[in-house]
Every structure is written in structure tokens, then in C-alpha cells.
Design a protein around this ligand. Sequence first.
Ligand SMILES: [Zn+2]
Length: 362
Amino acid sequence: MEETWEKPTARRRPVKKVKFTPRFYIVISILIIVVVLTLVLTLVIGNDAGSQLESTIMEGSILADLNRMKVNELGSVMVLEYHTIGEEGRWSRSVENFRKDLQTLYDENYRCISLKDYVTNNIKVPAGYTPVILTFDDSTISQFKYIKEGDKLAIDPNCAVGIMEEFSKQHPDFNMTATFYVLPSLFGQEEYIEAKLKYLVEHGYDIGNHTYNHLQLSNLSNEKAVQEIVMNIQMVRKYLKDYEEKSIALPLGAEPKDPSILTSGKFEDVEYHFLSSLLVGAQPAPSPVDYSFNPMRLPRIQALHPSLDSGRCGSEAWLQYFRENPERRYVSDGDPNVITVPKHMLPRVNQASLGEKKLRTY
Ligand SMILES: [Zn+2]
């Protein structure tokens, strides 16, 4: 038997005529207003919640970064002190070890800053890095030597400046800089004194005061001590007109009877104003926002081979100390306008030293 089925046909409904009464228009208008308002509110509130969430994530990631990098702008800073570059000795670093020092500092995330930027709390190193300051005393020829290469004058690649300039070329982000505390020897080659001093200031290095006769200032009258300082300034200005020395390295680390003469003084018609004064030994210097920071009594660390460092107070000993105690080292947050310190160290912050800078704890 054959089955047949009918194709369903759409039933037609009777068409009703809709009447658009005024009431209908009012209801539709209210509905539209309600829908639009709901949409707007959803967008506004939604966005707000979104940005709150975003900033929470941001804060969370900043906090994670601070913790990961162990940011601590209350940590200590090394001011390294070099004398002769040549053979290894009590007051001398070998060429090879000086190169090694720079490489070690670079590899272990230290970056150079000028002494002036340190004492004025203008520390600009990337986040996670530690500032370091290089200083050279006594202006021996081993620090800066010119050699003749045919007709041309070249910097000896084995003197301190030659080594630093070469290193800087290979590692521009080390931000190479140093302060040279000069004596009348002025790097030993009389004919090149002016060229050397000009080269240094034109290449981002500073010249500092080390007095004229390298006498122990504690043995001198205040007048005589001021004279010793001014004679150094006059000596440098013979070659660099109007050059302003901004710091002094005390000969033999001895402070004058009246330490205020290190801040400013005047002899004949020469006036000086120093931002800092450097001792000889033998430990890292505090952060410029630490309450114990005193720019007129800054300790330095001598670059010294461990075999000659009976007191374990030289550069290699302190580098090792910071490897073992990374929480003691100054680690930058990358922003010179914000000072970031771990919460528990807050009592060490000298609030007066902050100036316009913001303080952040974590
Ligand atoms: Zn000296």
C-alpha cells in the first residue's frame, strides 16, 4: 500500500492592523532611553573595573620586579680607589687585573656613575643595576700615557685611560667615567699635560683636588691647608681655564684640623666649593639617602689583590662580600626620581635628603 503524505502548508494568519497610538510612542521612547542608559552605564562601569584590574596587575608586576631584582636604594655603593697601573702591588694594580676588574664589575651588573651624581643623589643606572664610582689618585703616567705611533699620538692601550676607553668601546652601556685626583706630576709627560687634561674632561671624566704637595692636612694650620687646596686648583686652571673641581681626595686620608675647610675656602682670589671629600679606606659608602651618609667623609675601597689584602678590605674582598650578601648592595629601580627601599629598611631613610623625590617601599 502506498503511503501518501501531504506537504505541510504554512497556515496563514489573519493580518491584524496595528494601530500606533500616542501611548505606543511613549512606551517605545521610554524603552529606548532605558536601553541606551543601560548600555552607557555598562560601558562606563565596565571600563572602570577594567582599568582597576589593569592597574592592579601593573602594581603586581612592579612588585614582582622589585622583589626579583632585589631593588634596594638604601644599599651600599663602592667608591673604588686606584693608584698605579702596572705591576700588582700594595698601591698598584696590574694591567691584566685592572681589565679583569672592569669586566667583573660589568658582568656582575655594576654600572659607572660620576662621584657628583652619587653625592647629589642623581643616580641613573638601569633597574636592577648597582652604581659604582672609579677614582684614581696621584696622576702618575701609568694612568694616562701618550705614545707615538709614527707621526700620530696615541693613548697607550696599557695605561688606565687606554684600558678604560677600549673597554668603553666594547661595553658602551658600562657608562665609563672616573675622577682623577691630580698632583703636580699631572701624568708625567710635561709636553702633553694640556692635551691630557682636555681629553679627560672632553671624554666625560672629572678632575679632582689632591692638594699640591700631598701633605698630611691634619699637620697643617687651616690657612696652610686651604693654600694647599687652592694651589692645586691654580695648577689645573693653567691648562683648563675656569675648571671647577668639585671634590677632594685627602692625601693619606688625613682630615684637616677644621673639616669645614673641605666644604669651601678662599686663598688669594681663588674660591672653592666642594661637594665631597674622600678618605682612603676601607669600606663601601652608604646610599645618599641613608641617614649615615656624609659626603665630606666618604670611605673608599682600594683595588687590591687578595694576597696583599691582609685586612680583607680591598676590592676583591668587597666584591665577594656583595656576592654573598646581595641584600646589602645598592640596587636601582631605574627611576632617579623615585627612591625604592624594602619596607624593613624605612627607618634608615633620611627623609630630608629626598627633596622632590618620591619614596616607595615594598
Ligand atoms: Zn695620594
